[in-house]
Write a protein that binds this ligand. Structure first.
Ligand code: PMT
Length: 424
């Protein structure tokens, strides 16, 4: 099955990468068309890397340009999916305007169209937008309605892009209704490199056994109180999903989080730094890549009280804290790392690169992902992240704000490039 994925310009554009991955996982070949505004939010390169195909943005200025490409691309696809779709593209579709590649493809398309809108609540509620949607519905265009919640503009209401899983599910349902699914995983499908949908996605982690720590640890003070942090596990779970998709066998060691584990991965759930340490060390033998994404507590109560600590008229109390086990330092301490690649994350609120480099050296890491947690929408408990990868040779790679799943793939790309050096 071949899907043409249109991406338009709004903050939810990063989620299109997750939609793309979800479709690929289901065996679809995906080709991406972006509007010019979408490229302000996501770089075409990201979608090119994920889809293995050039991304189309402009009508005319591409090499190998064919004057009828909008027709051939539209004809080759079994479904035109636009996610996220702005009020602007919906208006253009509704009124037959064709002033860029995506709107021109829509007009030349005879296959089903599925639209996942995303916009500010007032724009969504505006009678013009609702009238445009009505026009399209009457023409047979299908919608995955937006969700309700907190919006990037600070307002609360309907307009958030539906979750990527829901969009993928709906797309697959439409294709199944049309009998498009051959049932073959993508790797077994005959592929024509000449086709606009040729899928060059690789399984470059086949044979690797990747262990990932994720989420927070919880250090009990007494039966009701504890010390923890704001890690949601999203970054670590995204790493696990990406490694799985690239062919790795994955061991996920997770602190308590509220996430569904990626399909096919049964996480080992732990609570404290000590439990995480034991879970890691007892499973380390076969691990070829270790990724410490967890926000492990540095300190725990020297004595956790078996009974609830009582106030007993005191105005203040002192709790003595002791150092926890440094898990990644223990993994990195093996001579030559036992041939495995050891990757750490560093969440810093000041002197980001200096502190991350210090951790790289002191914990003997091969690579550290330095998270600037002062940046809006990066770090703890958000969907996106921004970081600098620092390698042992001092080289640095900037990762601008992007979805955590997308970042997970960029980190894996750098790990893959180290593999050659380590095994040489
Ligand atoms: O979970 P999310 O909400 O998605 O947020 C993601 C994240 C911000 C937690 C993640 O991207 C991240 O940056 N994780 C590292 C958090 C951190 O502050 O690490 P650190 O600087 O304390 O430790 C550096 C490295 O040592 C990390 O790889 C850590 O896992 C490891 N470590 C730290 C202490 C310890 N006792 N044992 C360890 O293994």
């Amino acid at each position: 099955m071949k899907i043409l994925l249109g991406v338009t310009g709004c903050i939810g554009a990063y989620k299109a990468a997750e939609v793309l991955r979800g479709l690929q996982k289901a065996g679809a070949q995906v080709r991406v068309v972006m509007t010019r505004h979408a490229t302000e939010f996501m770089r075409p390169l990201t979608f090119e890397a994920l889809s293995g195909q050039p991304v189309i943005v402009e009508m005319f200025d591409r090499p190998n340009y064919s004057t009828i490409e909008h027709i051939t691309v539209a004809r080759e696809a079994d479904l035109l999916l636009v996610a996220p779709a702005t009020a602007n593209i919906i208006a253009k579709f509704a009124h037959g305007m064709a002033d860029d590649f995506l709107s021109t493809v829509y007009l030349s398309n005879t296959n089903p169209v599925l639209i996942a809108p995303a916009m500010n609540v007032e724009m969504w509620n505006h009678p013009t937008t609702q009238a445009n949607i009505e026009i399209l519905r009457k023409l047979g265009v299908m919608f995955v309605d937006p969700g309700e919640g907190y919006q990037a503009c600070g307002e609360v209401g309907v307009g958030r892009l539906a979750e990527p899983e829901e969009i993928v599910q709906r797309a697959l349902e439409i294709l199944q209704m049309r009998g498009e699914d051959s049932g073959l995983p993508v790797s077994e499908k005959p592929q024509d490199p000449e086709s606009a949908f040729y899928n060059a996605q690789s399984e470059d982690f086949l044979g690797e056994h990747v262990m990932i720590t994720a989420g927070p640890t919880v250090e009990d003070l007494d039966p009701v109180r504890f010390i923890t942090n704001r890690s949601s596990g999203k970054m670590g779970y995204a790493m696990a999903e990406a490694a799985r998709d690239r062919g790795a066998s994955v061991t996920l060691i997770s602190g308590p989080v509220r996430l569904q584990p990626p399909a096919g991965i049964e996480p080992v759930i732990v609570r404290s730094a000590k439990e995480m340490y034991e879970a890691v060390m007892s499973r380390l033998a076969d691990i070829t890549v270790f990724i410490g994404c967890a926000a492990v507590a540095d300190f725990r109560a020297a004595k956790s009280s078996p009974q609830k600590i009582k106030k007993q008229g005191r105005k203040a109390i002192t709790i003595e804290l002791e150092e926890t086990e440094d898990i990644i330092k223990a993994v990195g301490a093996y001579p030559n790392h036992n041939g495995r690649i050891v990757v750490g994350f560093a969440a810093e609120s000041q002197s980001l690169l200096e502190n991350a480099e210090k951790k790289l050296r002191e914990k003997r890491l091969d690579l550290v992902v330095a998270n600037d947690i002062t940046q809006i929408d990066a770090g703890f408990d958000v969907e996106t992240n921004a970081a600098t990868i620092i390698k042992r040779d001092g080289s640095r790679i900037e990762l601008p704000l992007q979805g955590k799943r997308e970042m997970a793939d960029r980190v894996l790309d750098e790990i893959a490039s180290l593999r050659w050096i380590v095994t040489k």
